[in-house]
Design a protein around this ligand. Structure first.
Ligand code: SF4
Length: 503
């Protein structure tokens, strides 16, 4: 059906739609009845909300670590650190036969790992660094590929350097695009011990044959926003009560630890904006890329009020994203490529709106909920679903955060998240040269502006009149992401990754 016929059909059947307006008390996902669109194939419709129970923790979602990419720096650093710990547990007779350590990178890790500093992250983890406390100066030093580093693991001395890494196949048959095989190699060249690790996005990692982590079960079981709303209504609980209840049960922890982590996340985000607004000059990398956050913020002080606000929100996002590109500590929200979007809104909430710490924490919990749903039901990695899963999800999380923190209902919070995600659908991931610079840095500014606009629309409109719901938009993101060709999913070999480079 062409566009004209489609509109005609929709017009003819509009009376049917009008009689089916949303019920304001409804919690289940609801779409437009198919009879509104005669002629459209009946199998082209939404069947049901996603299934399954979410067991993701807030500490999984909001991880602090060095930039520029959660899947390419935080996860590889955590992986090599985990491998180091595993070697510490090996019998002495195995270690005595060992000669070297090998890190074999596949998929996007191999294709864009140099640009994303994966090599430095792997070496840092093997040298004993941890993500949250990582010495970013050491990370800078590791860029010198002529240097060798010595480390002692389980009584055995190893020399590490550029030869530790093997940039293997980009296309492969491992179950995850970003695969990293770590090996302990013996004097005869055989593998004495190895682990096949995966980096599925957002700084998460897992390995083949990994035993189930020692975690509890959520007290509030949901797999979709539809179920979450039903749960909240039935149990008469608020969003933040459900989130805190589940976090305590899953992580077997208490309020104090949870709030300490949330406060650390908020502090790191705010600190990233403050530091980034002071920095000037070139970003590290193979081409000339000037920082601009400080300049835009300075210009904003002379601008008219509307322009000033837009410039300032943009400058906050740019400040953190530029810092991330320079390898500074940032928070996965949901990834490091999108690490500037939420901090821009956090900065607005704290410094423009003067929200209380309690409100900020509640907002962060709402952002966490959106991140959980997107991660579990679609994806949050450019290598899986394109940039819609990074900047799109970040924008959606930020929109939910500010809406909920400012007192919006659960329904309006959902609408804010829905609008922000919906208007990032289809966005490809095409980092130039594999660096999280172009288009990534500016995209964070646009993610933040869209988040703010989504919040304004959601908290101004009548939410019961809003058709789209979050579950459906997440499913659309998944479907769109699956349809994106590999060159538009972080390989840096499509879109701007090609057109920005001269032959
Ligand atoms: S284009 Fe988007 S998804 Fe891709 S690396 Fe940049 S921020 Fe991440």
């Amino acid at each position: 059906m062409n566009r004209r016929n489609f509109l005609k059909a929709a017009l003819i059947s509009s009376a049917g739609v009008g009689s089916l307006l949303l019920n304001p008390n409804q919690v289940s996902a609801r779409g437009i009845p198919s009879r509104a669109f005669p002629g459209i194939a009946k199998d082209k419709c939404y069947r049901s909300p996603p299934q399954g129970v979410i067991v993701t923790s807030l500490t999984d979602m909001f991880k602090i670590g060095p930039g520029p990419s959660s899947s390419h720096t935080i996860a590889p650093l955590r992986i090599s650190s985990n491998f180091r710990t595993a070697l510490e547990g090996l019998p002495k007779d195995v270690m005595e036969k060992a000669e070297r350590i090998e890190a074999r990178l596949y998929g996007s890790l191999s294709a864009t790992g140099r640009g994303h500093r994966t090599d430095r992250a792997v070496l840092a983890g093997l040298l004993g660094q941890k993500t949250e406390t990582c010495d970013t100066k050491l990370m800078d030093e590791l860029q010198d590929t002529t240097k060798k580093y010595t480390t002692v693991i389980n009584g055995k001395s190893f020399t590490l350097g550029k030869d530790t890494l093997v940039w293997d196949k980009v296309e492969h048959n491992y179950p995850f695009t970003n695969t990293l095989i770590m090996r302990l190699i013996g004097k005869d060249g055989s593998a004495l011990f190895e682990r096949e690790y995966y980096s599925p996005g957002g700084g998460f990692f897992q390995w083949k044959g990994q035993p189930a982590p020692d975690r509890g079960q959520p007290v509030h079981r949901y797999g979709s926003m539809t179920e979450f709303k039903r749960l909240a209504k039935e149990k008469k609980k608020s969003l933040h009560e459900i989130m805190i209840g589940n976090e305590k049960a899953i992580m077997k922890t208490g309020d104090k630890e949870i709030y300490a982590h949330l406060d650390m996340v908020l502090k790191t985000m705010e600190g990233g904006v403050k530091r980034g607004l002071k920095e000037e000059g070139l970003l590290p990398g193979p081409f000339e890329m000037h920082r601009k956050a400080k300049r835009i913020y300075t210009q904003s002080l002379k601008a008219k009020s509307g322009d000033r606000y837009m410039q300032q929100v943009s400058s906050y996002a740019l400040a953190v994203s530029e810092g991330n590109a320079a390898g500074r500590l940032a928070v996965t929200a949901p990834t490091l490529g999108s690490a500037g979007t939420m901090p821009a809104i956090v900065y607005v909430m704290k410094n423009h709106m003067k929200l209380s710490r309690d409100a900020m924490r509640k907002g962060l919990l709402a952002a966490g909920l959106v991140g959980f749903l997107c991660k579990n039901n679609a994806g949050i990695d450019g290598a899986d679903v394109g940039c819609q899963g990074e900047i799109g999800v970040a924008s959606s999380m930020a929109a939910a955060m500010i809406a909920y923190a400012t007192g919006a209902s659960l329904e309006a919070t959902e609408v804010a998240a829905t609008i922000a995600l919906e208007h990032h659908l289809g966005m490809s991931c095409d980092p130039v040269g594999g660096f999280v610079v172009i288009p990534c840095i500016e995209r964070n500014a646009f993610g933040a502006i869209k988040a703010y606009n989504a919040y304004l629309i959601a908290t101004s409109e009548i939410t019961s009149q809003h058709w789209e719901d979050l579950d459906r938009v997440i499913m659309a993101m998944l479907e769109t992401g699956k349809a994106l060709p590999p060159q538009f999913r972080e390989l840096g070999t499509g879109g701007l990754g090609v057109t920005m480079v001269d032959c």
